[in-house]
Design a protein around this ligand. Structure first.
Ligand code: NAD
Length: 436
C-alpha cells in the first residue's frame, strides 16, 4: 500500500515511533528476519524487475543486490545485541563517585532516497541499518528503475511492519513533497546536484543528512604491477552494470610506460568477460535510459579507441570501451562517466599522479595497482578519498566491517555494519551520580 500523502505516511510512522514499539531488540530483529523473508522468498520478482530496468542478468542481480543485502543483514543480526550494548565511559576523578555511559537512541522517522543503478541494494542495505537502530522508515525508490520501484512498493508492506515502514513511489514532485516534511534523518544516495537539493530542504528542519554521492574514482597503475591481473580486475569493476556503479573505476592514471602496456591486457580482459559481441551477451547490462545514452556517446570521441566504441540507441547499448591518449581536460574527464567508457590518462610519475588526484574533487574511491609498498604508503598518506583499495577495485563495498561513504564532493557520512548504527542512532551521554 502506498500512503495517500507524504504527511499521512509521516503521521502514521511518527505515531508508531512514539509508542516505543520499535525500540526493543526483539522488534528490530523481527523486522530484519521479515526483510530476510522478502529477499529470499521474492528474489525472483526482484531479479525480474532488475532485468527489465537495467538488463541486469539474474546471477549478477542476486550477487550485487539481493545477496549483498543478505550479507549486510546477516552481519547485523549476528552483532546487533553487542553493538547496542551501552558503552561505559571513564569518569574523571573530580566527579567520583559516578558512572557514565553512552546509549544508542533511535532517531525517529528516517527517509531513505535511492538511485536507479543498484535500486534494491541501495534502499534495502540502508533499511537494514535504520531498522536495526529502531527507527521507522519511509523508502523512496528511484523512478528511473520503475519495475524495481513497483516491486518494492508491493512487497515491503507485505513483509514489514506496515505502521513502521512505508514506500513512497514517485519522481521529483513526490520527492519534493516528501522533503517538505520533518524527518529525523535523511539518507540520500545519488548525484551531488540532487544532494544539494536534499541538504537544502533538510536544513529547513535542521534534519541531519547522510549523502552517498559519486564522482570520478581514479585507478593508478604503475609499470611494475602485474598488468594482466590489473586489467582483469579493472575491467570487472568498470564494466559490471555497464559502468553504472558509483565506485566503478572512472579512469586510469597510468604512470610511465604502464598505459601502452596495459592497453592489450585491457582488450584481452574485456574479451574474456564479454566475448566478441558484448551487445548480444546477456551478462552485459544496458544504459538506464536514452538521456544517459545521449550523455555518454559524445565521450567516445575523446581519445584513441583501444577497444569498443560501438553503440545502439534503440537497445540502449554501448560497448565496453577503452580510450587512450585522453587529454586531462577532455569532456570525458570533466564529469563522472557512470557508463562503460574507460579513459586512460598518462602521467610521467607518482608525484604527478598524486597532484592530479589532489587537484580534483575528493573521490568516492581511489584504486591503485602497484608492486611497491612505498607507493601504497604515499597514496595512503598524501591523498584523501572515501576509500582506498589496492589490487581489487570495488571490493571494500562488500566488507561490512568497513565504513562506506564519501568525503568532500563524494559525500558525507557513512554506513554498513556497525557504522549504520552510528548513522541511524543518537549516541546519548548518560551520567549517574549518586545523591549520597
Ligand atoms: P536518480 O536520478 O535516480 O536520483 C536519485 C534520487 O533522487 C531518486 O530517488 C530521485 O527521485 C531523486 N531526485 C532526483 N531529482 C530530484 C529533485 N530535483 N528533487 C528531489 N529528489 C530528486 O539517480 P542519480 O542521481 O542519477 O544517481 C547517479 C549518481 O548517484 C551518480 O553520481 C552515482 O555515483 C551516485 N551514486 C552513489 C552511490 C553511493 O553509494 N555513494 C551509489 C549509487 C549511485
Amino acid at each position: 500500500m502506498t500512503p495517500a500523502t507524504p504527511a499521512a505516511a509521516l503521521a502514521r510512522l511518527r505515531a508508531t515511533f512514539n509508542t516505543g514499539r520499535t525500540k526493543p531488540l526483539s522488534w528490530r530483529l523481527g523486522q530484519l528476519e521479515a526483510l530476510r523473508g522478502l529477499l529470499t522468498e521474492r528474489s525472483e520478482e526482484l531479479q525480474a524487475a532488475l532485468l527489465t530496468d537495467l538488463g541486469k542478468n539474474p546471477a549478477e542481480a542476486y550477487r550485487a543486490e539481493i545477496g549483498f543485502t543478505l550479507n549486510e543483514l546477516d552481519h547485523t543480526v549476528a552483532h546487533l545485541e553487542e553493538w547496542l550494548r551501552p558503552k561505559p565511559a571513564a569518569v574523571p576523578d573530580a566527579f567520583l563517585p559516578a558512572g557514565a555511559q553512552v546509549v544508542w537512541d533511535p532517531l525517529g522517522v528516517v527517509l531513505i532516497i535511492g538511485p536507479w543503478n543498484y535500486p534494491v541494494q541501495l534502499v534495502l542495505a540502508p533499511l537494514v541499518g535504520a531498522l536495526a537502530s529502531g527507527n521507522t522508515v519511509v523508502i523512496k525508490p528511484s523512478e528511473l528503475a520503475p519495475a524495481t520501484s513497483a516491486v518494492l512498493a508491493e512487497l515491503v508492506p507485505r513483509y514489514l511492519d506496515n505502521d513502521a515502514v512505508a514506500v513512497v513511489e514517485g519522481a521529483i514532485p513526490e520527492t519534493t513533497a516528501l522533503l517538505e516534511q520533518r524527518f529525523d534523518h535523511i539518507f540520500y544516495t545519488g548525484s551531488g546536484n540532487v544532494g544539494r537539493i536534499v541538504m537544502t530542504a533538510a536544513a529547513q528542519h535542521l534534519t541531519p543528512v547522510t549523502l552517498e554521492l559519486g564522482g570520478k574514482s581514479p585507478v593508478v597503475v604503475e609499470p611494475g604491477a602485474d598488468l594482466a591481473v590489473t586489467a582483469r580486475r579493472i575491467a570487472r569493476g568498470k564494466f559490471a552494470n555497464a559502468g553504472q556503479t558509483c565506485v566503478a573505476p572512472d579512469y586510469v592514471l597510468a604512470i610511465g610506460d604502464a598505459a601502452s602496456e596495459l592497453e592489450p591486457h585491457l582488450a584481452a580482459a574485456v574479451h574474456e568477460l564479454y566475448g566478441e559481441d558484448p551487445a548480444g551477451n546477456p551478462n552485459y547490462g544496458k544504459i538506464i535510459n536514452e538521456r544517459n545514452f545521449d550523455r555518454l556517446t559524445p565521450f567516445l570521441g575523446d581519445g584513441r579507441v583501444v577497444l569498443g566504441g560501438g553503440h545502439d540507441r534503440a537497445a540502449r547499448h554501448i560497448d565496453p570501451t577503452v580510450l587512450a591518449d585522453v587529454p586531462p581536460d577532455a569532456p570525458v574527464m570533466r564529469e563522472e562517466i557512470f557508463g562503460p567508457v574507460l579513459p586512460i590518462v598518462s602521467v610521467p610519475d607518482l608525484d604527478t599522479a598524486i597532484a592530479f588526484i589532489n587537484d580534483r574533487d575528493k573521490p568516492l574511491a581511489l584504486y591503485a595497482f602497484t608492486g611497491t609498498e612505498e607507493t601504497k604508503r604515499r597514496l595512503t598518506g598524501e591523498t584523501s578519498s572515501g576509500a582506498l583499495t589496492f589490487g581489487l577495485p570495488v571490493s571494500h563495498l562488500a566488507m561490512p566491517e568497513l565504513p562506506f561513504g564519501g568525503v568532500g564532493a563524494s559525500g558525507m557520512g557513512r554506513y554498513h555494519g556497525e557504522y549504520s548504527i552510528d548513522t541511524f542512532s543518537h549516541a546519548k551521554a548518560v551520567v549517574d551520580k549518586p545523591l549520597n
